[in-house]
Design a protein around this ligand. Structure first.
Ligand code: HPA
Ligand code: ZN
Length: 319
């Protein structure tokens, strides 16, 4: 039997497909700077993380109402279920919406509508993780956490994403301490474009339970040994790494070496609408490019479930 997958690293705004972007623009009367679908699609060529983030944030302009957030999230669940995902922990970027004048309540209501029905509608259990934009001031992250806690936001944790280099984990010590004290799970992107030291900072200064990406740990053998010893989950995203030029091609991706080193890695889609596919596409690509075996896929699937924040009962059901 093939073990189902837990998807632990995906940004719901990064699942916004070009067709849905145009549909929501039309529904909300928003003028986009694209002539048509082909024109929009032609923009999906990235040179680094920032070049992607520019398009990712620009396209969020079409998300205005709770219904928009719910529709986007249901579309992801439908596709993820087909990809073999049985549990999903979904990042969203509240600041990217409130900064555009969209009330936090619209964002949370729409996401919660889809997430609360995901098991019944798609057989996918799920949770929400609020991703802090690390290139914005720490004071803004503090205010966001205050707001999320004040409204009893239906989140299971907080994360840290957006432009990594120059925005180290150390900038967010206070907000992560407050989140942990409030009983939230904590994770952070580290070692995607940023140096291995950011991974160490995320563990030691933020107390994170998982590292998102973490691929640059391979530059520091002591750090690799620590990650193996402490069984720290690394939520890798091979298609993302290729599209954002962290690695040249899928054949060059070190996932198999990471597995062989005993690292606790999983495979995730990151921003599936932008990076060439969902998690089943990532596995198919790895089979074609590096001959990923069925045994390796099983280890990756089991790692993903064990590293998830699902209940022990749900984990036992899936393993
Ligand atoms: N890295 C950092 N921030 C992000 C990403 C990513 O891959 N995707 C969406 N926000
Ligand atoms: Zn990510």
């Amino acid at each position: 039997m093939t073990t189902p997958l837990a998807e632990l690293h995906m940004h719901i705004e990064g699942s916004l497909e070009p067709e849905l972007i145009l549909e929501l623009a039309e529904r909300n009367g928003i003028e986009l700077p694209y002539a048509d679908l082909d024109d929009l699609r032609s923009r999906y060529e990235f040179t680094d993380l920032q070049s992607f983030l520019d398009l990712y944030f620009a396209n969020m302009a079409v998300l205005r109402t709770a219904q928009d957030f719910a529709d986007m999230t249901r579309a992801y669940f439908a596709r993820a279920a087909r990809a073999g995902v049985a549990h999903a922990e979904i990042f969203f970027n509240p600041q990217a919406h409130t900064a555009r004048g969209v009330p936090l309540s619209e964002v949370l209501d729409g996401l919660a509508d889809a997430v609360s029905a995901s098991e019944a509608e798609f057989g996918v259990t799920s949770g929400l993780i609020a991703g802090i934009l690390r290139d914005r001031p720490a004071s803004e992250a503090d205010a966001l956490l205050t707001d999320l806690l004040a409204v009893g936001a239906p989140i299971i944790g907080i994360g840290l994403d957006s432009a990594e280099v120059g925005n180290p984990p150390s900038k967010f010590v206070d907000v992560f301490a407050r989140a942990r004290a409030a009983g939230l799970h904590v994770v952070a992107h580290a070692g995607e474009e940023g140096p291995p030291e950011y991974i160490t900072e995320a563990l030691d200064l933020l107390g994170v339970e998982r590292i998102d990406h973490g691929i640059r740990c391979l530059e520091d053998t002591d750090l690799v040994q620590r990650l193996v010893r402490e069984r720290i989950p690394l939520t890798t995203c091979p298609l993302s790494n290729v599209r954002l030029r962290v690695v040249d091609t899928l054949a060059d991706h070190p996932l198999r070496d990471m597995l062989a080193a005993g690292l606790n890695v999983s495979v995730n889609s990151d921003d599936p609408a932008y990076f060439g596919g969902y998690v089943d596409d990532a596995f198919a690509g790895l089979v074609a490019a590096v001959g990923l075996t069925a045994e390796e896929r099983e280890v990756l699937a089991r790692n993903s479930i064990q590293a998830s924040f699902a209940s022990d009962d749900r984990k036992a059901q899936l393993l």
